[in-house]
Write a protein that binds this ligand. Sequence first.
Ligand code: PHE
Length: 462
Amino acid sequence: MKQQREHWASRVGFILAAAGSAIGIGSVWRFPYTVGENGGGAFVLLYIIFTFVIGFPLFISELTIGRRAQKAAVFAYADLSKGKGNWKLLGWLNLISCFIILSYYSVVAGWCLSYVLMSLTQFSQGKSPEQIKHVFDILFTSADVNILWLFIFILINVGVVISGVRKGIEYWSKILTPALFVILIGLFIYATTMPGFSRAASFLFYPDFSRLTPSGVLNALGMAFFTLSVGLGIILTYGSYMKSSEDITKNGFIVTMMTLLVSLIAALMIFPIVFTFNFAPAGGPGLAFKTMPVLFAQLPGGLVISTVFFVLLVFTALTSSISLLEMLVANLIELFKWSRIKASIIAASIAFALGVPSALSGSKTLFPNWKEIYGKDFFDTMNYITQSWMMPVAGLLTTIFIGWILKKSDVKAELTSGSKIWSKWFPVWLFLVRFIVPAAIIVIVLQEAGIVNFIELFSNTQ
Ligand code: PHE
């Protein structure tokens, strides 16, 4: 008997689940530190442009492919291409990327869990800002503690995914995503009163292009992909649970705007602290973990606020990591006909094993010479290859697939089925997806690979 595919119970449920995947520690933890490392305003501007011109068209492309196929990534590409070419390999690329991201993302989520406990034990009491910051370095270099939290976080993921995903994800996302918004906005309002706020605002919004490097451009693209969770087949999988009466474009736009907003608010909350206390803006992955407790230590009731903040970070990480695990599980079930339980346990075990070297990056107990050899520690290497290479390349192939391989009339019917008003925008989207998005990705990636130096070419012609 053919099993009926489960669909989202409500439109709000879908939006919050997709937003739950997109909004995560990527926005609150990674975006601010990447902005810091890439010099501020110009990077932020590029990130915003890439989000609208590249991320958003791709987001709705993935939803369209998923809903059309009613399958997870590997079979969606295989079925829709009708065996032409080897498009299922794109699904496999998605799968591998998701394994790698889940592995190191869980390490960061583990830090969030650790900060919940640290908040409860009042770790920042009686410490100077420098001492509070230093606690992160101690955590980062403690092998066993990192492994413990990684394990616990992955275990929580398995629990949720096994016990009926959609009910789990939909239910929790509805509560947690709005809760995160409220606390972020509260902290942001407080940050506006700090002496460093105006410097932070000009750092973030005054685009100084002299500080932008070619790598920064690739990073901004990677960031747009990462925060929207595109280029991974996840949004595609979520699209496969969507009803055909849903408006893909409108829903996609709402999620894109929410994600962008959270990233910007997170940066506007963290940089005033950085400038008020004279921290280095290029503080690296520890930035959010170092700065936020310094702020909390200043506030009355800091213990409660700090605990609530890190609990919410854990939850927002969870709604993202669950989307990664769900994508893996959905594919493994379809590929190997495993039960959901078996697929969840196997996927999580692989992610845990892959996460171990990332969790041990700080303590250098495994691969101690990795950084000397590859220039980045293991954690950063995984971070870099997925964000800067695997996701953009998969995104490029996805646009080629939907723009050139699928039949235009089918794509139009699927994309606009929930709302006819978007029909007149279809040619604009198609133009973006066929020409602009692939061209932009190719240029940026070739530049980073050092194959063609567009920046030099461009400046020579002036
Ligand atoms: N978009 C999520 C975030 O910003 C991270 C993520 C990336 C989740 C890729 C799923 C896939 O935190």
